[in-house]
Design a binder for this molecule. Sequence first.
Ligand SMILES: *Cc1c(COP(=O)(O)O)cnc(C)c1O
Length: 462
Amino acid sequence: MKYISTRGNAPELTFEEAMLTGLARDGGLYVPQTIPTMSPDEIAALAGLPYEEAAFRVMKPFIGECFTDEEFKGIIARAYEGFRHDARAPLVQLGANHFLMELFHGPTLAFKDFAMQLIGQLFQFSLARRGERVTIVGATSGDTGSAAIEAFRGLDNVDVFILFPHGRVSDIQRKQMTTPEDANVHALALDGDFDDCQARLKDMFNDFDFRDGVRLAGVNSINWARVLAQVVYYFTTAASLGAPHRKVSFTVPTGNFGDIFAGYIAKKMGLPIDRLVIATNQNDILHRTMETSAYTKEGVVASISPSMDIQVSSNFERALFFAYDRDGNAVGQLMDELSSGAFTVSQGAMQTLREDFSSGRASEAETLATIQWAFAHCEEVLCPHSAVGVKVANEHLGETPMITLATAHPAKFPDAVEQAMGARPALPPHMADMMDKPERVTRVPNDLAHLTTLIKDRITSR
Ligand SMILES: *Cc1c(COP(=O)(O)O)cnc(C)c1O
């Protein structure tokens, strides 16, 4: 199994190399050269399996020869042992034909743990056997950073630097990033928004001297291994609701398009998914693109669902790659145009996208109203991101069972939940003391040279 860049101009890599590399050297994102498929019998056989066993079967064909079966099973087992629900991704029912997949039972209470815990174990295993070390730099709107720090803290061969937008993450998200005491963890509060964080991260990857000098590795949702980890729960959930004999649809609270793109891969692998519904908050570039074909950057507006407050949706490039029939040059051209603010998706590509994806958006008021609605009608306390999903899903209900992804625990966003319901959701007991722990964080300007110097200094002084 080889991996190729969406811009068609970078070396082909194995799974392990693509994982350790992150962003391709031509600025593109790695995708599998061919997408393996699962037969209807193989899909049916997933029903009722432990999550780890299903994960092994779904991901194995993408790994190639990088790990033996025993090694890969061990990695998966260690990745999910810290989850606090035996089903890992349990389903609850919201209505006759509407289900909620709870993805927030991992160590940092957001779905990012599914991918990040796996990637932590994969890195640990690979770096140890190669005798190498890496510097991980991540940009986060909140949940990626805490999940990455939790997954990599204390590991021998890794320094982890996380850039988050100063003042724009929730108190709990910030505490999760700033309270770990491990010397290899570096939380950086950047003066800017999430897109600035993401842009500086891309700059670092495009600065080849720096990139090679510190052996830079990325764990943002551009990392293929993260997308792959998220493919699994589409399969387990669909199988538990009767796939492959029954089709299902998914609604996904979307920011960087990583989670919903995993659903698209699941569909390409043969899982009978009817619609993949993109749910955005008021930062609705993807919804606007689906409606108008024009992918136009606008300023980011801070919302009560901050993990979706972005305007450049990195993984959308992967969907474009397939919509443009794997034409790396065409994708590269669109991305060049984007640097001046916008591009228009061709009619043919748009048609291809619309075959799989629908979209909708939720305003701030609609998000709050949906938190109230879910509690009144289903006794379910939603986080604001999940509420965006439920609002949009409710507009797309039909004969096919709809599964909305609940992407974070409500206690991670207590202000929004309190605003909607008048009561603050409690943190799970094992986290109750986090808010009192001392913080370690460095405030940094939105400046590439400053950041690269700081990172080099930190890793040489350790
Ligand atoms: C990251 C995140 C999202 C958006 O997921 P993408 O893969 O970036 O589209 C939605 N909700 C929560 C809680 C998140 O942390």
